[in-house]
Design a protein around this ligand. Structure first.
Ligand code: MBD
Ligand code: FE
Length: 306
C-alpha cells in the first residue's frame, strides 16, 4: 500500500466509524500514529511475529513500570527538553538555569523544612562521603527569592532511589527545602552514585539490542518553583564520573555540571557540625518569571507519592 491508501484505510476504520462524541485531539493523534505505523510496516516489511513481539514488549515494560525509564533511555524525554528549549527561544524567553529531564523516580510528599535539611537517614554513614549541597535561588536579574520550593532527590551509594528500593527508609534522600530569607538552601546528604538500569529489566533488554549501556553519571534532581516564576525541572551531574558525558538518558548539559570539592579544613568541618572531611557542591538556581508567550513548564504525568 502507498501512504494515500494507508490514510484512506485508517480513516475508514477509525474516523468514519464514529457514532459517538469524538475527542478530536485524540483522534488526530491516533490517526497519525497508526498511519505512521502502517507505513513503517510497509517500508520495513515488519512481519506479524515482529509486530506481536513489539506489543508483548510494551505489555511487559508496562507491567514492570519501566515505560518511564524506557522514555528516558531512548532519548524521548531529552528530545522533549530540546523542543521546550526551542519553544522558549521562539517566544524570546532566555536565561535561567537550564532544564533537564525529570526521569522516572520522583516521589511527591517529601518532608519540608526551611533553609536546611538533612536528607540521609544515616544508614550509609562511614560507607560513603557526606555531601553538603548549597545554593541561592534568584531571578534572572540576581534578586534573591525567599520561600522558593526546592525539591531535591537522588540515589544512595548503590545508585538506588528510596520508595522504588524498598530496602531504604521512607523519603531517604528526598527533601523539600524552602529557600530562607537570603534565598539560600542547604542540604546535608551523602554522595550519590550513578544509576544503572536493572540488568534483567525490559529497558536494558532493548538497550542490549541496540548495543547500548544503561548507566547514568552521579547526579542530583531538582524541581524548583516559586509564585510568579516558571517551574524548573533540572539536575546537576557530577564532574569526574565516567558517564558524565555518556549518560544513557542524555540529561547532562552545559551549565549543569557540578564539581564536588573536598573540604578538609577542621574549622569548616566543625562549623558544619560534622566530624570528618566532606564533599561540597554549590548549585545556584536562577528562575525565569512566568511567561504568557511560552508554553507552561508544568508537566502533568503520573508520579508516585508517599
Ligand atoms: C535515574 O536516576 C534517572 O535520573 C533517569 C533519568 C533514569 C533512570 C534513573
Ligand atoms: Fe536520577
Amino acid at each position: 500500500m502507498n501512504r494515500q491508501e494507508i490514510n484512506a484505510l485508517v480513516k475508514q476504520m477509525n474516523v468514519d466509524t464514529a457514532t459517538g462524541p469524538v475527542d478530536s485531539r485524540v483522534q488526530e493523534i491516533v490517526v497519525r500514529l497508526l498511519g505512521d505505523l502502517f507505513q513503517a510496516i510497509e517500508d520495513l516489511d515488519i512481519s506479524q511475529t515482529e509486530l506481536w513481539k513489539g506489543l508483548e514488549y510494551f505489555t511487559d515494560a508496562g507491567q514492570a513500570n519501566e515505560l518511564g525509564l524506557l522514555a528516558a533511555g531512548l532519548g524521548l524525554e531529552h528530545y522533549l527538553d530540546l523542543r521546550a528549549d526551542e519553544a522558549d527561544a521562539k517566544a524570546g524567553v532566555a536565561g535561567g538555569t537550564p532544564r533537564t529531564i525529570e526521569g522516572p523516580l520522583y516521589v511527591a510528599g517529601a518532608p519540608e523544612t526551611v533553609g536546611f535539611a538533612r536528607m540521609d537517614d544515616g544508614s550509609e554513614a562511614g560507607k560513603i562521603p557526606t555531601l553538603v549541597i548549597e545554593g541561592t535561588v534568584t531571578d534572572t536579574d540576581g534578586n534573591i527569592i525567599e520561600g522558593a520550593k526546592v525539591e531535591v532527590w537522588h540515589a544512595n551509594s548503590l545508585g538506588n532511589y528510596s520508595f522504588f528500593d524498598k530496602s531504604q527508609s521512607d523519603f531517604n534522600l528526598r527533601r523539600t527545602i524552602l529557600s530562607d530569607a537570603k534565598g539560600q538552601y542547604v542540604a546535608q546528604t551523602t554522595m550519590p552514585v550513578g544509576y544503572g538500569c536493572p540488568p534483567e529489566g525490559t529497558t536494558q533488554f532493548v538497550l542490549d539490542k541496540l548495543g547500548r549501556h544503561g548507566n547514568r553519571p552521579s547526579h542530583v534532581h531538582y524541581f524548583v518553583s516559586a509564585p510568579g516564576y516558571r517551574k524548573l525541572t533540572t539536575q546537576f551531574n557530577i564532574e569526574g564520573d565516567k558517564y558524565l558525558w555518556d549518560d544513557f538518558a542524555f540529561a547532562t548539559r552545559d551549565g549543569l555540571v557540578a564539581t564536588a570539592e573536598d573540604i578538609t579544613d577542621t574549622a569548616e568541618i566543625e562549623r558544619r557540625g560534622l566530624k570528618e572531611a566532606f564533599k561540597h557542591i554549590t548549585f545556584n538556581v536562577e528562575l525565569v518569571k512566568d511567561q504568557t508567550a511560552a508554553p507552561s513548564t508544568e508537566v502533568d504525568r503520573r508520579r508516585a507519592s508517599a
